[in-house]
Ligand binder design. Sequence first.
Ligand code: GUN
Ligand code: ZN
Length: 438
Amino acid sequence: MATSNATLLRGRILSFHRAPQGPDDHTAYLYEEDGAVLIENGRIAAAGAYAEVAERAPADARLTDHRPHLLLPGFIDPHIHFPQAQVIASWADQLLDWLNDHTFPAEMKFADLAHGQRIATAFYDALIAHGTTTAVAYCSSHPNSVRAYFAEAEARGMRMLGGKTMMDRNAPPALCDTAQSAYDDSKALIAEWHGRGRASYVITPRFAITSTPAQLEAAGALLAEHPDCHLQTHINENHNEIAYTLDLYPGHADYLAVYEHYGLLGRKTLLGHCIHMNDRELGVMRETGSVAVFCPTSNLFLGSGLFDKARLETAGVRTAIATDVGGGTSYSLLRTLDEGYKILQLQRQRLHPFETFYWATRGNAEALSLSEKIGTLDADTEADIIVLNPAATPEMALRHETARSLADELFILQTLGDDRAVMETYVAGKAMKAGRRI
Ligand code: GUN
Ligand code: ZN
C-alpha cells in the first residue's frame, strides 16, 4: 500500500484572517486551544480543531505533539541584508559613516563565492533558529553572492526573495558595477533564479546615492520587463542621506520623486525605512501601492528616527515590519516587534499583540503579495510553521504563571522572547530546527 507522507502537528494554533482592529477583534483570527495542522507534500491540507483534522488525516500520518506550545505561520522578514551578517553590531556614527566604515568593506568579500557560501550557511541557520521562514534580502553587488544566497535556500526548500545590489557610484570601486553591467547581471540572475523552486528575484538598486541616473533608468527598465519581480530600495532613512540625494538629483520635488521619475514604484516595490516622508510622498506611495518597510532595531541603532505608522496608514500606505540586519540588531521578529512597539509607544501609538503578530505573519505576506502562499495556516498554502513557547526561559516562565489570556502570552513572547522561544521551525513541512538531521 502506498504511504501518504502526511504529518499531523498538534498544538494550540493561531493564524490571522485579516488585520485585527484592536484587542476585541476576535473574528480576525483563528485560534484553537486543542488544534492541529495536517501537512501533505509540503503544503497545509487542513488546520483547525484537533478532533476534526485528525479525522481527515491518513491512517499512517506521523503525529508530532507540540502541546502546550503555539503553532503559527513562520515569520516573514521583508528587509534584510545577507552580506551584513558580519556587520551587525558594528560601532558607528549614523547611516552614511556606518556604510563607508563597516558595510562596504564587508560586502566586498562577497566577490568570492566560497565566502558567500560560508556566510549563507550561517545566515540560513540564523533565520531558521529565529523562526523566519521567508526573507527578502539584499545580496552584495556580486552575482556570486546571489548564487550563494539562492543555492542555500534551495537546499533547505525555503521561499526566499532577493537580488544583486545595483550600485555604480559613491562606494569603493570593488563594489561598483555600471548601469549596463548591473542591468546585464540582474537580467541573467532573473533568468537563472526567478521562479526556480521557491526563489523570487528582487530588482535591487541600493538607494539613489549609490546609483547614477543611468542606473536607476536601468532598474526601471528591468522592472518594466519583469513586472512579476519585486523591487527594493531605501528611502528617507536619515537627514544627511536625504540632503545628499537631493544634491545628486537636483530638480526633483523630493526623494520619492526620484524613484517615481525612473518608474520604480508599484505594488511590488518595497521601500525600506520611510521615516522622514512628506505629504506628497505619502500620496504617491498610496497611489502606487508601494510598501513602507519599518525596520525598528535598525532605526534605533543608527539613530535614524521614528517610523510613524499611524500617519502612513491613515494616508493609505501599505506597511511591513522587518529586521534590516545588519543595521538592525537582531534576526528575531519577536525582538523586532518589541522594539517596534516601543517606537510606536513613544508616539502614543500602542499596538495590541494581535496586531503585531498579524504584522509579522500575514501582514508581511500581504505586503509581499504572497498571502496566497505563505503567512497563514490556511489550507492549500505552504507548510512553513513555527512552534513558539511563551514560557521558554526562566524569566518568561515566571511571568507566564500570571498570564490570563492568549494576548498576554503573545505579549510575553514579543517582549521577552527570541530564538529560545522558537521550539521548532518547519519549512515546507520539514522540521529544520530541533528535528533537523545533520
Ligand atoms: N541605505 C543604503 N544602504 C543601506 C544599508 O545597507 N542599510 C541601511 N539601513 N540603509 C541603507
Ligand atoms: Zn536596509
